[in-house]
Write a protein that binds this ligand. Structure first.
Ligand SMILES: [Zn+2]
Length: 467
């Protein structure tokens, strides 16, 4: 954490995605240990974004496949992918399927942990890499805030929420087992028998010897155990001093909404918008959501909350600026495509129809990019939108890293907005962690598909300079 932090927001582990500008990358790790006689752990790990592409892709594919039914070995076949989703009408999955999803994701998440920390070089601590890793795990014994920053030239992402902290030893694969907590607390239909939102600082079996390795436990995933924040600094040297923590709003929380008009989703989206309109203290900026850039643009002039329920796509003919958000009809009309650079970047410099930069800098809007049924977005794409909005002063962007089915995407949005709006005004970090558990409490792991590009203690607040 930066010097001078007010302390309401203790960061236990900070990771900086670094780049020296000529293709060499590393992740710089700082872990803060509590108590007397302990010290800060500093280390760095070499990182080649190109070489790890396959591991990241596998992790994303595993998450994406949680939409479907897995066979006993955790595999989703093409036939299953063509068939109906494995979710029931409440977005839940059976206990058997939940366990298979957890197991498959844990394997990927364990590989991500190795990638980030196995080759760590310790700096001046006198610790071997192995000792250092053990100290790191001790540091993360209980639920904590993990902060990820990146220098602006390190424009790549890592699915931190999927990182899995219990070692899975490949040679002992037959001995891997699902943690007892899953059998005790989840019923056969996949619903958790405890009250909604039950979260603990760690698994209650964390200290049992059988839980030290080869265990598949929901608390092993960083996205469920911890709160992960990825503030988008607008300076090149990562510091969170310039990252906003408050979205200011006037009497009600105004949402600038834009949607896809994909015919397959239109009914579900209509129901969703009806549910959203009934949330107290939320108001749509226009009665009808925008379905094109020209109609959306005036609503982005000085927004409080910007909400895209869209497809994220990639335009293969446009290598430099390929990612776009598809709103309105899914066609070639440029009005239906919002590119990070070509649309947002150019609009920011537009002195006639562009943003009210003073209002953005003051209100620090929050942007939610809810990408449903999205095949096109690739790692890093969402970051390009996050940095475009951050350059305007947005204090946070919440976005999806893989496709999320519409029924889950709309549930997530309704839950998220009801938590952050008055009267709850929960911090965005808490809201995200809680909604991940709401899904996990019915056997659904897709909450891990959402990433927060902003500080965890970000929340909405009445504008002190308001009317
Ligand atoms: Zn456990």
């Amino acid at each position: 954490m930066a010097e001078g932090d007010p302390g309401e927001h203790p960061v236990r582990l900070s990771l900086m995605m670094n780049s020296n500008g000529n293709g060499s990358h590393r992740i710089v790790v700082k872990a803060r240990q509590d108590g007397q006689g302990t010290r800060d752990l500093v280390g760095h790990t070499p990182y080649d974004p190109q070489a790890v592409g396959m591991i990241l892709q596998n992790a994303r594919d595993a998450l994406f496949d949680c939409y479907f039914e897995r066979d006993e070995s955790g595999i989703v076949t093409d036939t299953q992918r063509d068939g109906p989703p494995a979710f029931n009408d409440k977005n839940g999955k059976s206990l058997a399927q939940f366990k298979r999803d957890l197991g498959t994701l844990a394997i990927q998440g364990s590989a991500l942990f190795s990638l980030a920390f196995d080759h760590v070089k310790t700096e001046g601590s006198g610790l071997t890499s192995a000792t250092w890793q053990r100290e790191l795990l001790k540091t993360l014994r209980e639920s904590a805030i993990i902060q990820i920053t990146r220098v602006s030239s390190a424009n790549y992402v890592f699915p931190w929420s999927l990182v899995y902290e219990y070692p899975l030893i490949t040679a002992e694969r037959n001995e891997w087992r699902v943690c007892q907590i899953v059998n005790e607390e989840w019923a056969q239909d996949g619903t958790r028998k405890l009250p909604d939102g039950e979260m603990h600082k760690r698994c209650k079996y964390h200290d049992e010897s059988w839980h030290k390795k080869n265990v598949i436990c929901p608390y092993g995933f960083w996205g469920l155990k911890h709160i992960i924040e990825e503030p988008q600094s607008i300076q090149d040297s990562p510091t969170v001093a310039d990252v906003g923590r408050r979205v200011y709003f006037a009497d009600k929380l105004d949402l600038a909404v834009s949607i896809t008009e994909d015919p397959a989703l239109v009914n579900k989206i209509a129901t969703h918008l009806g549910n959203m309109a009934r949330l107290p203290d939320i108001r749509f900026v226009t009665p009808q959501p925008a379905t094109g850039w020209k109609s959306l643009r005036p609503n982005l002039k000085a927004p409080e909350i910007v909400y895209f329920l869209c497809h994220g796509e990639a335009d293969e003919t446009n290598a430099l600026d390929s990612a776009y958000l598809s709103i309105g009809a899914r066609d070639d009309d440029p009005d239906h495509r919002i590119y990070a650079v070509g649309t947002l970047g150019a609009w920011i410099r537009d002195l006639v129809d562009g943003p009210d930069t003073d209002a953005w800098a003051h209100q620090r809007p929050l942007v939610f990019i809810n990408g449903c049924h999205t095949n096109g977005l690739r790692p890093g794409h969402i970051v390009s939108f996050a940095s475009a909005f951050a350059s305007l002063g947005a204090c946070g962007v919440l976005g999806t890293e893989v496709r999320v089915p519409i029924s889950v995407a709309t549930e997530v949005a309704e839950s998220f907005f009801s938590k952050i709006a008055p009267p709850q005004q929960m911090t965005v970090g808490d809201a995200l962690r809680q909604l991940r558990w709401e899904l996990a409490n019915k056997g659904n792991v897709l909450g891990l598909a959402y990433s927060l590009y902003g500080l965890a203690d970000l929340r909405v607040e009445t504008d002190p300079a308001g009317p």
